[in-house]
Ligand binder design. Structure first.
Ligand code: SF4
Ligand SMILES: [Zn+2]
Length: 124
């Protein structure tokens, strides 16, 4: 990743190695994504990431998105809960942020249903 093209003040400039995780290593990808979500330049970087095309994209995780997620032709992700690969529209967004959750809407709904049922059991 060329730090000179990124918005200034980005955390990744201090930890460049972290931003190129092995795509199969979920915890390393997650660590890079978290770095972006906590980065002071995150919003500016999201705008920067939107200007990239597969030809100009330097790779790695940028603005909490992997290279595959940044390519509109590949706009899908694998749910961390059910393991299914689905279009990005099947993933809700983090509240107040532009990025999508890593758990699909169906799994999020299952989770809140289970939570509600367990609360009802406790109350009964
Ligand atoms: S959001 Fe991520 S890629 Fe962008 S500047 Fe911050 S750490 Fe770097
Ligand atoms: Zn799921």
């Amino acid at each position: 990743m060329n730090p000179f093209l990124l918005p200034s003040g980005g955390t990744c400039v201090q930890v460049p190695g972290l931003m190129y995780p092995d795509p199969r290593d979920h915890s390393a990808v997650q660590e890079a994504v978290e770095t972006c979500l906590n980065c002071p330049a995150y919003l500016a970087c999201t705008a920067y990431a939107e200007t990239l095309t597969p030809d100009t994209d330097p790779g790695g995780v940028i603005a909490a998105l992997t290279f595959e997620e940044r390519d509109p032709a590949n706009a899908q992700r694998t749910c961390h809960e059910c393991g299914e690969t689905k279009p990005l529209r099947d993933f809700g967004r983090h509240s107040g942020k532009a990025t999508h959750r890593r758990t699909c809407k169906g799994c999020m709904a299952d989770r809140s249903r289970e939570l509600r049922l367990s609360r009802e059991e406790v109350a009964a």
